[in-house]
Each structure stands twice: as structure tokens, then as C-alpha cells.
Design a protein around this ligand. Structure first.
Ligand code: GUN
Length: 295
């Protein structure tokens, strides 16, 4: 069998960002509104610092008003809540993102519930979760990683995914559950697999679409993939790579790429697949939030 087509998430993300820049410029022209994004980082987690810097830079490149709030790891919960409240009431801010994970002394759910649903560009507020689950996707803000994964699927398979068997591996609130809701709304037959699933390889072998979001490096093996299936690898895992030099590491997904590429019809690489789409979709959500707050 021939090798899978590699889904170029970097290129798709670039075209999404270009479109958002153009639409943001048009909004500024027509109504004087510049979409505003506030990103809040509590603590010094290095991976979170990289993400937050990228979000800030991309927002600026799209012509948005972008503000970054960096708070010390020992900031009291009340201070974080007060900052969210202040951003909720700031008319120049249309989107608020609090980078996760938060330090242990802060109640994540309390913080996320305080964000106004119409400014919740992560789509984590129960109101947005409810709208998505109820099938009212057009009224919701949809979590960025699943939304970006769906864009890649449609670019690969076309707009009509109905009747396809989709297996989502992972049941997180950030990826697995919203991904399953989106695929269900596309009329896929959806299975959510997780750490307690029996005979995971057999479940994955039924899938026309596999979305791997478990956070375990190269867990999904090539011979689990039905020939011709489309594989979306959401995992970003850093592994030590002494072969590249002392102290070096490399990024791998949740799928054993070299094996899976021999079976799949199309597959996202890591890096350069889903990762760049997440930030691009954050820009989409911020622009959507700004347009909705106009009315
Ligand atoms: N941490 C890891 N992924 C995400 C995400 O999508 N949003 C936020 N806010 N934090 C994260």
C-alpha cells in the first residue's frame, strides 16, 4: 500500500490566519472595532510560557489588540478572579483565555465559570459546553483544538463526514469530549475510547477517522489503523533524544507516525499538524466573539 498523505496543518493554519487578518481589517474599517484578546498566565511553566507567547504574537499578527497578564505562581485565587472580572468588564477585550493548568491552590473550574460565556474563546464555560452538546454550535464558542481538528478533517475528506465511524481516544474536557460532540453533529458514528476501554486496538480498527488525544507518546500503533483511515494526532509529547546530542529532546504524537503512515490514507504529523491549528482557531473565536459583542 502507498504511504499516507501528510496533512499540512501549518499551511492550513496560515491560510486561516490570513483570512482572519483580512476579516479583522474589514471589521475595523466598517465599525471601528479591533478584536481584543487577553491571555492570562499564572506561574512559570515553560511549555505554557511558549504557548502564551505564540498566542500573543499571532493575535498581533492578525491585527488584534492583544494583552498578556503574567502572574506569579503564588498569586492568591482572589487576585486571579479579580483580574477575570476586570477583563469581563473591559469593552476593549472580546476574548479571555486563562492558560491551563493553573497552580494547585487555584480552583480551575471557579475561574473558568467566572469568564463571561461570550468572551470565553476557549469554549470551556459550561454555557458553551452545553450549547455545543445541545447541537447549537453556531451559538457556542467551540474549543480550539477540536475545532481545528475538524477543519483538517474536512479539508482532507470533504465537507460530508456523515455515516463515518469516528473513534476519539481520550475523554478530556479540552479535546476528547468536545471532539466527540463535533463529530456527532457531523453525523459520524462516534466512539469515545479511554484508559479503561477493552481491546483498544480492535476498537480503533473500526475507525474511518481516528482522533488520538491521550497524551501518551506513540501509543497508537500502525497495525491498529484501518487501511485508508484518516488519523488526527492531537498529542504533543516531548521525549529525550540523546541521539540528537546531550540533553536534546524531540516531539512525538500519540500515534507511532512511521508505522501509521504505512496504513493510513492521511495523517497529521507532530509537529506541524494539529498544533498550529489550535492557535489559528483561537483567532477565529476571538473575531467571532468581537463580532457578536458588536450586536
Ligand atoms: N492548556 C493546554 N491546552 C490549552 C487550551 O486549549 N487552552 C488553555 N487555556 N489552556 C490550555
Amino acid at each position: 500500500m502507498s504511504e499516507a498523505r501528510i496533512i499540512d496543518g501549518k499551511a492550513v493554519a496560515e491560510s486561516v490566519r490570513d483570512e482572519i487578518s483580512a476579516r479583522s481589517a474589514a471589521l475595523l474599517q466598517s465599525s471601528g472595532i479591533r478584536p481584543g484578546l487577553a491571555v492570562v498566565l499564572v506561574g512559570e511553566d515553560p511549555a505554557s510560557q511558549v504557548y502564551v507567547r505564540n498566542k500573543d504574537r499571532t493575535a498581533e499578527a492578525c491585527g488584534f489588540h492583544s494583552v498578556k497578564h503574567t502572574l506569579a505562581a503564588d498569586t492568591p485565587e482572589t487576585d486571579v478572579l479579580a483580574l477575570v472580572e476586570q477583563l469581563n468588564n473591559d469593552p476593549a477585550i472580546h476574548g479571555i483565555l486563562v492558560q491551563l493548568p493553573l497552580p494547585r491552590h487555584i480552583d480551575e473550574s471557579k475561574v473558568l465559570r467566572l469568564i463571561k460565556p461570550e468572551k470565553d474563546v476557549d469554549g470551556f464555560h459550561p454555557v458553551n459546553v452545553g450549547l455545543l452538546t445541545a447541537g447549537e454550535r453556531s451559538a457556542a464558542l467551540v474549543p480550539c483544538t477540536p475545532a481545528g481538528s475538524l477543519v483538517l478533517l474536512k479539508r482532507t475528506l470533504g465537507q460530508d463526514l456523515s455515516g463515518m465511524n469516528a473513534v476519539v481516544i481520550g475523554r478530556s474536557n479540552i479535546v476528547g469530549k468536545p471532539m466527540a460532540s463535533l463529530l456527532l453533529q457531523e453525523s459520524c458514528t462516534v466512539t469515545i475510547a479511554h484508559s479503561r476501554t477493552r481491546d483498544l486496538p480492535a476498537v480503533v480498527r473500526t475507525a474511518d477517522i481516528v482522533v488520538a488525544a491521550v497524551g501518551r507518546p506513540e501509543m497508537v500503533r500502525g497495525d491498529w489503523i484501518k487501511p485508508g483511515a484518516t488519523v488526527i494526532d492531537v498529542g504533543i509529547n516531548r521525549l529525550p533524544a540523546p541521539e540528537l546530542g546531550e540533553g536534546k529532546s524531540r516531539l512525538v504524537g500519540d500515534v507511532a507516525f512511521k508505522e501509521a503512515v504505512q496504513h493510513a490514507g492521511a495523517i497529521t504529523p507532530v509537529p506541524g499538524g494539529v498544533g498550529p491549528m489550535t492557535i489559528a482557531m483561537l483567532m477565529v473565536n476571538t473575531l467571532t466573539a468581537a463580532r457578536r459583542q458588536l450586536n
